[in-house]
Design a protein around this ligand. Sequence first.
Ligand code: NI
Length: 256
Amino acid sequence: MIFDTHAHYNSKQYEEDRDQVLRGLKDAGVEKVVNIAAEWDSLEATVKLTEEYPFVYGTVGIHPDHVEELDPGKLEIIRQMSRKDKILAIGEIGLDYHWMVSSKDMQKEWFIRQLELAKEENLPVVIHSRDAARDTFEIMRDVHAGSTQGVIHCYSGSVEMAREYVKLGYYLGIGGVVTFKNSKVLKRVVEEIPLSHLVLETDCPYLSPVPYRGKRNSSDRLTYVAAAIASLKGCDREDVERITWENAHRLYGLAL
Ligand code: NI
């Protein structure tokens, strides 16, 4: 059984065939999916998906590229939405120094405020970090560690930092990138970090694994990610699917 911990099925890339894609997942062994909000409009879209599909859960939160859309009133709306039954976490939130849509200070401020909201609501967090490894880690350590669960989505940092995150109790999200030929550091991370701290994620429609690299992604392709992890770990793909399935339940506070 496969648990996709990070998907964006509200994306317009599924406009034509969303229902068909989602209904096809069960046959491919995908039993649970968490749809991750990123910009303001995706909050309501995510809630709708969780209402429409029994196996789809959701998160609410604003991605660092979109924090300009936030204000204190909207943060309170996010708080209210986060109390819905199938909303499991606050995310994706974090820092993105690659696109730098907003200043570092503004990104940090809203990152911290959303982490505090997660603590207050006793919800896990889904973390986005791009070209901002050190700042993200320090904020997680100083503001959030020891409170609720969390996942560093699409982990792209060093082995050393991965170990530090694991020490603080966080999970690392592993997706299609691990199948890419040039992903040497991530492959080492997967070799070094115990399977008990990894979860599977697509980030679909993005980051399709080989042999579909560059094409629109979907959760059924996680079998390729699980196979890549299994070959790095020297175990069976089924073991990877089972253990990451259990981890994802612990991360999101779902009963097994
Ligand atoms: Ni994402």
